[in-house]
Design a protein around this ligand. Sequence first.
Ligand code: ATP
Ligand code: MG
Length: 522
Amino acid sequence: MHLAWSWKPQDLGVLIGIVTSGARASFAPIRVSRELISEVRDEMLVIIDDYIEDRRFLGVIKGSTKLDIAVDGSALPTTFSPEHSRHYSAPMMRTYVEIFGEISREGGLELSFAIPRPGSHVYAVLDGERLSKILKLPRGLYVGVHKFSGMSIHLDPQAVVYHVAVLGATGTGKSRLVKALVEELLTKTSFSILIFDHTGVDYADTRRWESVGVEPTVIDASRIVLDPSIIASLLNEKMGLSGYHEDKTFYAIVRYVYDEVVRKRPEVIDRAGNRGKRYHEPLTDMDLEMVVNEYFKLCEQRAFSWSYDSFSQALPRYLSEINAREDTIVKYKSLLAVRVGREFFDRYLAPRSVLITNIINALLSGESRLVIVDLSTELEYEAKRYIVYQFLRSVWSVVQSERRPANLVVVVDEAHNYACVHCKPSVTEIARTAREGRKWAFGIVLASQRIVDIAPEVRGNINTVFFSRLQTHSDYQELRNWIEGAQYMEYVLPMLGRREFFVTGLANPLRKPVLIRVRDVV
Ligand SMILES: Nc1ncnc2c1ncn2[C@@H]1O[C@H](COP(=O)(O)OP(=O)(O)OP(=O)(O)O)[C@@H](O)[C@H]1O
Ligand SMILES: [Mg+2]
């Protein structure tokens, strides 16, 4: 004995047509009734009521076409009058329903091999909230509503550690959507959030977080202490040095750091068993980790000084320690003066006192719920990537040494700058997070204008995708290779307006792509 249905399809919407011959379990052809042709749109949710077998299906309208046997291009007479064409018009609308599943009598959606019978009634859903209750969709992260039915779309918070991508042409509303997601994570879960704000306009304004009730910490990236290896790499880049000469720069920087540490903290150097090795000593058998740790501490206390004059003066000595030739030394000194200059040391490096490890510790302990790194203040493009890299590495280092979940979601907006194939070194750590993050409750959210700008190894591990109108034709091709069923959306995607996104993947409770309108986000 079947349970009786507790609802009628007409309670949810209007009858728009019937299933026609050729229905399959996943796809059913539909003929729309003449009166409702003007109302039907691709991406509307529908209920198929198979009253003969007494089954009800949920699906979405795809690939609608309007036809007219009387106004068929090849069948029109050679001379015809456009003004009178409506008298002989015989309009028709054919469309398809992609079937999501069968609605069970107890409520809820189930996958099913059943095929709706031709003749079944098709209802366009207008009362999305009622449908949501019937489907018993769980509550979760609320980001918006289904475009036509108004059904609230709640995402599964657990899916965030399986990573999220937000893709769309410029101005489609990616950053607002990401902010909606972050607001929900902050208020409904215990995840802490770290946002890299590439432009500084999307997240760094603290007033925009007032309604959320979480005090954000905004970090000025130009105050972040850089690792000596990063500084060496920036110098090489500026001086135009590559290959074999890079090592010399690295040595000179480490040597400078060492001298500064010895000068400011002679007792530490002595304690580490390096007694006597003060100036003019090669560094090969030195405890460099200790020296670098001390460098970070000094920077934090604003006691480390980066000075162009001191570095330039000591440079010949450093280089001769590693047997550089006279002409190399001259070349180095002049490149330093011409291509790097005082500005880099005295203005760019000197004011840095914020330690990434402190920020990460505060996030991982839950002491900070929301940290926004304003990368717009960081002038060196390469350094921006290094900073992202250093943050992610720092998280991994804690997670691995303490073997505990991170409970952290990292947001990389304008991800084409950080997650592209050539975006070293940040892409390496982003890929690792995408690959291994879920085991450690460490999720990543990437927003970008172009799909091709997210390295395939990263893309392959992202399980929830929002996408809107895309930038170029090649992006549509990429999307087709990535997202199941993307071909059915091809005609709709270019028409999407601002704030309209398809959501697909693990976080989506309906599992098949649905079109949402993102809620208001300040
Ligand atoms: N959910 C929303 N609520 C309110 N306004 C929105 C929303 N989404 C988009 N907008 C409006 O659209 C503008 C562009 O949105 P947003 O900055 O999020 O786009 P974007 O896709 O991140 O663009 P870009 O690629 O240039 O970074 C916003 O400044 C805002 O005015
Ligand atoms: Mg944006």
